[in-house]
Design a protein around this ligand. Structure first.
Ligand SMILES: Cc1ncc(COP(=O)(O)O)c(C=O)c1O
Length: 443
């Protein structure tokens, strides 16, 4: 028999479902009037019911939903540990910071070098600077928009300790070459898989190759927690350090309610050395790392859990939309560099990137304005060449061999959406408008 509280919960869930159907479900598409977003939340009553359930439980901080989501995410890609955080940016920051912990053998030290591409997202690059490290900046390839792996070997110096490499827009990097360099030169690898949930390389999920990998659950991404993200690792010791970094740097790994003696069984036996004496100190207040607080709430995890159930469907729909756009733009290959991917890569597309070929009769600004006027949202490929951005232009770094491709992407590339909220009608409208633009320019 259900008790009164459970019955009330059921009633609330029914009402939430009705509210979803009334207010949020299926919006009609009116060509030219309805805005076609490049990305957005795709959800139904399940996300809302989970979140309401979490509020009714009133755990608030990371708790039961967080545990389930961490396990679900780790199982999905096939790694030992997932650690939830409040953003993909935080995941990148923690990954680099954790590899600098004095608990890591042959750790990264201030002044060491980290290899990374110039074409990037700001908070993939920023943690290198924030941790007092030196970026070694490598150009990207056109079409894949990933780091040019042919330049990796020459990028390595005796000071190089790691790589942080994004799978740009969900397109897997050449992991054979990256792993070879990491093994040959004994480098740590952080895969920024923030845009690439569900992508595979050689049959294996991206995010399973690196010492750490990172995920963003911002609403534009494959699965969302509102704001959120995760760190993945197969290394239990690294996971413990990353959790500590996320949780104020504390040594204690107890969750929520702490039993009298704690998970370690010796909560009150920890020793701290003062000037002339050694004292006992509650493990909950022992700090073994210089950390942050970058946790999400259980309400966010509740949303993420409902999204994870839809992950396969989302990835399928994104790739289907990508293929439709690709087919539609094939005739314009003389004008646009269309995306491509390497043989072992199975992308999970975040968006559809397009580069206007150099020497074209129209500018990027013209096509962007035309599409935006037609209510089709466009975006640039993040920061472009990060070293051209105001905040990063004077950072101390080592540049390998010129960054011409990254500059070209910065001046000529953009992307349009493929997210699961787009359907055949919307994609056809996007293609029709690109066709109209090309005709208008008589090219
Ligand atoms: C490649 C990449 N890394 C990191 C991030 C940061 O993720 P978040 O927005 O969750 O902080 C993004 C965001 O889009 C991204 O595209």
């Amino acid at each position: 028999m259900l008790d009164q509280a459970e019955l009330l919960k059921l009633e609330i869930s029914e009402k939430v479902k009705k509210y979803y159907e009334l207010v949020h479900a299926g919006r009609e598409f009116v060509p030219g009037e309805t805005r076609i977003h490049y990305a957005g939340r795709v959800y139904d009553e399940e996300e809302m019911i989970n979140m309401v359930d979490s509020i009714l439980d009133f755990w608030i901080t990371l708790g039961p939903y967080g545990d389930k989501l961490e396990k679900g995410l780790a199982d999905y890609i096939g790694v030992k540990e997932a650690i939830l955080v409040n953003s993909g940016s935080s995941a990148n920051l923690i990954s680099i910071s954790a590899l600098m912990s004095d608990q890591v053998e042959d750790r990264i030290l201030p002044g060491d070098e980290i290899i990374t591409p110039a074409l990037t997202f700001p908070t993939t690059f920023a943690p290198i600077i924030q941790n007092g490290l030196i970026p070694v900046v490598v150009d990207c390839e056109l079409g894949t928009y990933n780091i040019d792996t042919n330049k990796l070997a020459e990028a390595v110096s005796p000071k190089t300790k790691a790589m942080i490499i994004p799978h740009t827009l969900g397109n897997p990097c050449d992991m054979d070459k990256i792993m070879e360099i990491c093994t040959d030169y004994d480098l740590f690898l952080i895969e920024d898989a923030c845009d690439a949930f569900g992508a595979k390389y050689d049959g294996k999920f991206v995010g399973t190759f690196g010492d750490f990998s990172t995920l963003s659950c911002y609403p534009a991404h494959h699965i969302s927690m509102g704001e959120g993200g995760a760190i993945f690792t197969n290394d239990g010791d690294l996971a413990k350090i990353a959790r500590s970094m996320r949780d104020w740097g504390r040594d204690c790994y107890c969750r929520g309610d702490v039993s009298f003696s704690g998970a370690c069984g010796k909560r009150f036996e920890y020793k701290i050395k003062l000037e002339n004496q050694v004292i006992d100190y509650d493990h909950r207040y022992v700090y073994s790392n210089i950390g942050y607080n970058l946790k999400p709430t259980d309400i966010q995890a509740a949303m993420g859990l409902a999204q994870l159930k839809k992950a396969n469907l989302f990835v399928e729909k994104r790739n289907l939309n990508f293929n439709r756009i690709y087919e539609g733009l094939k005739n314009y290959e003389d004008l646009f560099i269309l995306p491509h991917w390497i043989k072992k890569a199975e992308p999970s597309w975040f968006a559809f990137p397009i580069t206007i070929r150099p020497g074209s009769k129209f500018s990027r600004k013209e096509i962007l304005k035309f599409l935006e006027n037609a209510n089709i949202e466009t975006r640039l490929i993040f920061a472009g060449n990060i070293l051209r951005q105001p905040a990063f232009k004077d950072v101390k770094c080592r540049v390998i061999d010129g960054l011409d491709n990254s500059d070209l992407v910065m001046s000529n590339a953009f992307f349009i959406g493929v997210y699961p909220g787009l359907d055949v009608e919307r994609i056809s409208y996007i293609l029709e408008k690109i066709g109209d633009f090309v005709k208008l320019k008589h090219v």
